[in-house]
Design a binder for this molecule. Structure first.
Ligand code: NDP
Length: 459
């Protein structure tokens, strides 16, 4: 029987159980479509484990894992530069503290709602379990859009947001970090307000500036880690990223450092994007061009379309994603569901055989099926992008020990952690000579969380 056929047979025997479980989840959380998508994927991977272990069934591990321990929702009021009062929604979803303090980023984007944050918090629980560090899972944010806002407006928003959030976080309780729309500038404003309100200087946030408690290599960690994970996947076929052509989506934090590491390791990156469109540069986005992109996005806060005016030979494709551009490797690094089924088919048809997800859940469920059926090297976000939270975990350790590790030291630890995540995915995901990294990541992460749930009792 082929790998695909055997996967389908196993799936068909557990599908009724998954469906019954999902009906309960959907009834409990109507309309939260991204959350349902993330839960269904995990349920499909781990249902055989749940069925095989009575202790998991008795403890109702799956039913408990889909209900957050706490959810805080609050009103964030601030004034814009014209003096007009603005109102946004703020959230913090504390999903699980089984393995450590709640840990996960804050996202500021107009698309943020409770369902999106529950999906991200749920994914985070599994991702953090994979890192081997003592980290629970959470996520938070707001529907505030920092794009086009002045530094003063962003600061006032962050201060108002933290005025509500500070009661619920702390270095041993819940440690937020950045995500879409929350970078070094926002973490600075949030930390300043936390410090003022609590009268404490502690590691209640990660992604801080290195000069006041941040870790070396934290900004780079998610992008670098995603490339290390791709290299580990390629090594199972005796290959590496060197000499390969890569497409990258996004042009924010994760995308920038993905491109940087791919360049360093000898790959050629031919695309970057933002929510308005994609630039294609057949000559490659080399270090000099990347430095220009970083200045454009991080300092001038401009749009990626400007790249095509700056560099000869580059083309801007308004409204398009990068996936029709032929490549060996793809690094989706922008947002959820940015690869749909047809995009996945196009990627595979054009020769792409390795996808490493810098973003969280960037591939739609149908696209994931295409990758698994084609048996390409497909690294899901909760494994491939865990480098960011791993270095955040190292930042927490450094803050607790009042010490700082060198760049080289952190990079070595990041590589070791990504390598161990890869090994774990292989150990749990091997299916007739093929590694199903989706099942591998979900099962490896789940066992640790579920065992902790059983051992810590019915709380
Ligand atoms: P940034 O805000 O720095 O960059 C986000 C990039 O994605 C921007 O180029 C943005 O374009 C683009 N983007 C955002 N929303 C959309 C959309 N709806 N459609 C198309 N493009 C979009 O965020 P990060 O780089 O930090 O995060 C990127 C992804 O990586 C997210 O999925 C995040 O959850 C994930 N991640 C981040 C980690 C981190 O350490 N920062 C850790 C692990 C995962 P535009 O400027 O037009 O909005």
């Amino acid at each position: 029987m082929s790998v695909t056929a055997s996967r389908r047979t196993e799936e068909s025997s557990i599908e009724p159980l998954v469906e019954a479980f999902m009906q309960r989840v959907v009834a409990q959380s109507p309309g939260e479509v991204e959350f349902h998508q993330a839960v269904r994927e995990v349920a499909r991977s781990v249902m055989p484990l749940v069925q095989s272990k009575k202790a998991y069934r008795d403890a109702k591990v799956l039913d408990r894992l889909v209900v957050p321990e706490n959810v805080y929702m609050f009103r964030v009021v601030w004034t814009d530069d014209a003096g007009e009062v603005r109102v946004n929604r703020g959230y913090r979803v504390q999903m699980s503290s089984l393995l450590g303090p709640y840990k996960g980023g804050l996202r500021f984007h107009p698309s943020v709602n409770l369902g999106v944050l529950k999906f991200l918090a749920f994914e985070q629980v599994f991702k953090n379990s994979l890192t081997t560090l003592l980290l629970g899972g959470g996520k938070g944010g707001s529907d505030f859009d920092p794009k086009g806002r002045s530094d003063g407006e962003v600061m006032r928003f962050c201060q108002s947001f933290m005025s509500c959030l500070f009661r619920h976080i702390g270095s041993e309780i819940d440690v937020p970090a950045g995500d879409i729309g929350v970078g070094g500038r926002e973490i600075g404003f949030l930390f300043g307000q936390y410090r003022k309100l609590t009268h404490r200087f502690d590691g209640a946030l990660t992604g801080k500036n290195v000069a006041w408690g941040g870790s070396n290599l934290r900004p780079e960690a998610t992008g670098y880690g995603s490339v290390y994970f791709a290299n580990d996947m390629l090594s199972t076929r005796g290959e590496s990223v060197k000499g390969k052509t890569a497409t990258v989506s996004g042009s924010g934090n994760v995308a920038q450092y993905t491109v940087e590491k791919l360049n360093t390791l000898g790959a050629k990156v031919v695309t970057m994007s933002d929510s308005n469109g994609t630039i294609v540069d057949p000559d490659g986005i080399d270090a000099e061009k990347l430095a220009w992109v970083m200045e454009l996005k991080n300092v001038r806060r401009g749009r990626i379309s400007e790249y095509a005016n700056q560099f000869r030979g580059a083309q801007y494709l308004p409204g398009k994603r990068p996936w029709a551009v032929p490549c060996d490797l793809a690094f989706p690094s922008a947002t959820q569901n940015e690869i749909e089924e047809e995009d996945a088919r196009t990627l595979v048809r054009n020769g792409c055989y390795c996808v490493s997800e810098g973003a969280n859940m960037p591939s739609h469920a149908d696209a994931v099926e295409v990758f698994l059926d084609a048996k390409i090297l497909y690294g899901p976000g909760k494994a491939a992008n865990a480098g960011g939270v791993a270095v955040s975990g190292l930042e927490m350790n450094q803050n607790a020990g009042c010490m700082r590790r060198s760049r080289e030291d952190v990079d070595a630890q990041l590589k070791t952690i990504m390598h161990s995540i890869h090994e774990n995915c292989v150990a749990y995901g091997r299916e007739n000579g093929f590694v199903n990294y989706v099942n591998g990541a979900n099962a490896a992460a789940f066992v640790k969380v579920a065992d902790a749930m059983v051992q810590q009792g019915y709380v």
